[in-house]
Design a protein around this ligand. Structure first.
Ligand code: NAD
Ligand code: GLY
Length: 377
């Protein structure tokens, strides 16, 4: 078992990583001290696969302490948090309760926000079951829900007391969901870790096949990078923005297609290529390094068709990005593999040019060149 300690303003917590780690939840919960009850917040799908493994041996476990909710992005709303809170009240959860978020990023964000606000805050434990949640959303304390006006607009910084990361839970994840997490893994290599990037280049086929040894190398590596970043800038005032590499254009394409065409990670994959092209045309990165990043992204396989955006659409979508200030977009751009800069302002002409290139560049036939095909499962 690998334990990675993360310091936060609300106290330190450990991320326990190992195969089979979820079966160690009960003894690890005991270490958090007395509780009046453990409540598992999850989705019906994740619960079906992993509910029994997680709850076996939890002291005093009762069926009404499993609170299941829809984890579609469209259900990541305040109404879901209210329903959870009402179920917690009815099940008798008090301030000494512990909430366990068992699932992907949606479950973690919603359950985390419920934990932050229920009775003004109860203890939270994350058990992430997607690659995105294991390398990203379970670490760093961001919780929240969407508004019709945009994603993650309502939320709180609320770090967990414990994270239990078991790569075996990824085996029940549909292949498309799993692949979409690999784009977030590439993100870490580009922004902070040249060695990770080189490993991904060498081992992408093994990772696509969910090889346990490759996952055991990659996941803790990503967790450590995120831990380093959030410890330096927990409240997202500066450095933490590097974690949004690829997200500025990615969110624009997700929003433009009403969150229906892309999985979040796939949109980030397109955004990674877009931000790399921006770094290239603004002469920040060499052609060789830029090509290496784009090639690695494309080696995961093709993404859904990237929409062509009108100039007006592009300006509107990018100006509402959370990193924009007074309508000016702040970009996270790679300088070389393993190093990036943030808060970069660029002329709109460059951004428009790159946004026009992406639908062509990300076309399926380009992936075919490398023997990859659009894989939908
Ligand atoms: P997700 O939570 O939407 O889950 C994807 C699908 O996989 C769901 O249908 C879920 O039921 C299913 N699933 C999850 N685990 C499974 C398993 N082990 N076996 C079978 N099915 C399983 O996807 P995600 O990519 O983990 O999360 C995306 C969300 O995370 C977005 O809302 C995004 O905003 C958020 N996010 C938050 C942070 C943060 O720092 N808080 C960081 C990144 C992403
Ligand atoms: N996933 C971005 C962040 O945690 O800041």
């Amino acid at each position: 078992m690998t334990a990675i300690r993360i310091c936060s303003a609300a106290g330190a917590y450990d991320v326990h990583f190992s195969r089979g780690a979820i079966r160690r939840l009960p003894p690890l919960l005991e270490r958090l001290g007395d509780s009046s009850g453990v409540y598992v917040l999850s989705s019906p799908r994740v619960w079906r696969h992993w509910g029994a493994a997680v709850t076996k041996n939890i002291r005093g476990w009762r069926g009404n302490r499993a609170i299941l909710f829809d984890d579609a992005e469209s259900a990541k709303r305040l109404a879901t948090v209210e329903q959870i809170a009402r179920k917690l009240i009815r099940a008798g959860a008090d301030r000494d309760a512990i909430l366990v978020a068992l699932g992907g990023g949606v479950v973690g964000d919603v359950a985390g926000f419920a934990a932050a606000t229920y009775l003004r805050g109860v203890r939270l434990v994350h058990v992430p079951t997607t690659l995105v949640a294991q390398v990203d959303s379970s670490i760093g304390g961001k919780t929240g829900v969407d508004l019709p006006e945009g994603k993650n607009l309502l939320g709180a910084f609320y770090p967990p007391k414990l994270v239990i990361t078991d790569p075996d839970t990824l085996h029940t994840l549909p292949q498309r969901e799993y692949r979409s997490g690999l784009y977030e893994v590439i993100k870490y290599g580009v922004i902070a870790d040249r060695e990770l990037f080189a490993y991904l280049v060498r081992h992408m086929p093994a990772l696509l096949g969910r090889d346990p040894r490759a996952l055991a190398w990659v996941i803790p590596r990503c967790i450590r990078i995120k831990a380093r970043v959030v410890q330096k800038d927990e409240r997202d005032g500066g450095l933490r923005q590097i974690l949004n590499f690829g997200h500025t254009l990615g969110h624009a394409f997700e929003t433009a297609t009403n969150y229906r065409r892309f999985l979040h990670g796939e949109a980030v994959g397109v955004g990674l290529c877009g931000a790399t092209l921006l770094a290239l045309v603004s002469e920040r990165i060499s052609v060789k390094e830029a090509a290496g990043i784009i090639y690695l992204v494309q080696s995961i396989g093709a993404v859904p068709a990237v929409p062509e955006l009108s100039r007006g659409q592009l300006h509107k979508l990018l100006s509402s990005d959370k990193k924009s200030r007074k309508g000016s977009v702040r970009w996270v751009l790679p300088r070389q593999i393993g190093k990036c800069e943030w808060g970069v302002e660029l002329p709109w002409t460059l951004v428009e040019k790159v946004a026009r290139a992406l639908p062509l560049m990300m076309r399926e036939e380009n992936f075919g060149i490398m023997g990859m095909r659009r894989g939908r499962k």
